[in-house]
Structures are given as structure tokens and as C-alpha cells.
Design a protein around this ligand. Sequence first.
Ligand SMILES: C[S@@+](CC[C@H](N)C(=O)[O-])C[C@H]1O[C@@H](n2cnc3c(N)ncnc32)[C@H](O)[C@@H]1O
Length: 298
Amino acid sequence: MKHKPKSFRMDNLNKSIEKHYLKEGLYEDIVSRLKEQGTDLHKVKRSDISGADEFHVRGAVVSKELAKSVNLYEASVLDVGCGLGGPCRMLADDYNCQATGIDISHEYIRTAKELSKLVKLERKTTFIQGDATRLPFEDNSFDVIWTQHVQMNIPNKKKFYSEISRVLKAGGYFLYYDIFKKGKEEVDYPMPWASTSDLSFLFKEDEMDSFLTQLGLTKEQSTDQTQAGIEFFNALVAKMKEFGPPKMGLNVLMGETTKPKLMNLLAYLKSGGLELKSGVYKNETGVNIDLLKKGGLV
Ligand SMILES: C[S@@+](CC[C@H](N)C(=O)[O-])C[C@H]1O[C@@H](n2cnc3c(N)ncnc32)[C@H](O)[C@@H]1O
């Protein structure tokens, strides 16, 4: 049987990933939930939407923690796989960053742009639809690259991290907060990032470390966030038992599949099959782009 070219397989995978995350009319749904809560649409604050626009374990709280790991003030930041753009808006608002987000999902990018207008941060945030493994930016473009809960959808890790290092300036930082494989066992699906195993490409944190080190980046810190994630989920489950699903939570994005996806992730965090880690790498000297090109990495 003739094999399909790699680019064709990648385009198909990206379409399936976009479909997995698709929730049509997402922005309109968020607006109608705000109205139901009695929020004045002329006075929407970031905190009114942060339950839905930060699609990772521990939401806005963990993004604020991550932002404190380096000096971000007035930095140019790229959020790779930015989703609805909550972290970009936080960085723009709290640190005066010029924040750019890129995501494969057209609907998420449309929603991200509208949400920025809603909270009056459209001048300081830019959202672009595109693939993390083909970043449409010049070499050495950003002071900081930020990514949260994205690489699990990406099979070509080498390309993902080499693109990040290519667009990162010398002296710049790479900040991540991610879900990694820990044990040997395969995990069951659905998970928040993949309904089925064919959309999921889990790997270990030390494999990421090896890619980044080869690319010339230096590890500055790595923090185990697993226990904090478990505690967050336990509190969420207890709250949902008492009050039902929140008006503005991750259920806005995952609908009826929220509970099975989150419970499954919680089970693997508890069993040690998966772990949550965050950390910082520095691009001390600048990545040697010619070497990357020679090695076929970019
Ligand atoms: C779990 S969400 C996290 C969103 C965001 N980082 C956050 O924490 O709020 C994963 C995101 O990765 C995006 N994504 C997956 N594969 C991608 C790719 N190849 N290029 C760009 N974005 C991708 C998805 O569309 C989705 O928005």
C-alpha cells in the first residue's frame, strides 16, 4: 500500500485535533453566560472569564505563578497553543507584555480575539491561527516563549521544540507547564486533550529536557505540580457535587464530556501514570540557527 506523504498526515491530524476542541459559537456562549450572571458587558473583567479562558489544570492561578519565574515586564511573549488567550491577556495586563498567541483552532483564535476586545486588551494581544510546528515568525523574535498543555497533541516533538528555540531571542526564556508521561503504562481515554489515543502523543519530561539541551537551552528550574493538581481536582469535584457545574468553568469548553475527561486525568495523576510539571529554560547564547538548519531541525 502506498504511504500518504507526511504533510498530508499532519494536515489530517491537525484537522482531527481542531475537531476535538471544536465548540461552535464559543464566544457567543461565553457572552450569554456573562449576561445570565448579570455582568455588565461594558465592564467585563479578566476574572469574569478566567474560569473558561485558561484551559489547563489549576487555570489562572498556575499561570500567575509561572509568570513570576522570570522577569516578564514589558517582554514580547509568544504563547504556543494559546487556546482562548487567557494567559496572553494576563501577561499583557499585569506585566505590560506585548503578547502573541498562536493556535491551530480557528474557533479558539476567533474567540481569543473577541475576548480581548471584550476586556479591552485587543491592542496588547495578537492572536494568529497556525501550527506550532511551523511558526510563522522570524528567527530570534520573542523574549519569552510560553506553552501550557499543548505538546501532548504534537507527535513531532523535535520540530515543536526546535521551532520554539528558533524564534526565541538570545538571553530569552522558555516557560512550560505540561502533562508528561511518568509510568510505563498506557493511559486510557478520553482525556481533556484527546478523546481517543490517536490524538495523544505523551512523552516524558526528561525526553523534553534532552531535546532542549541539544538545542542549546539551559534548564533553570523544574517544579512538580502533580500534588497541587490533584488537590485542585479534589476541591473541584467536591464543589461540583454541592453546586453542580460552574457557569464559567472548563465545562464551557468540554460540555458533557468534562467529568469523564477530568476524572480520568485525575486518576492517572494519582496512580503516577502521568505527572504535571512546570519549568524554565534559558537561551543563554542564542540558538545556532545554521546548525539547526543543517540538522534538518528547522
Ligand atoms: C488543552 S488546550 C491549552 C490551551 C492553552 N495553552 C491554555 O492553557 O489555556 C491545548 C491547545 O493546543 C492547541 N494545539 C494542539 N495542537 C496544536 C498545534 N499543532 N499547533 C497549535 N496549537 C495546537 C489546541 O488547539 C488547544 O487550544
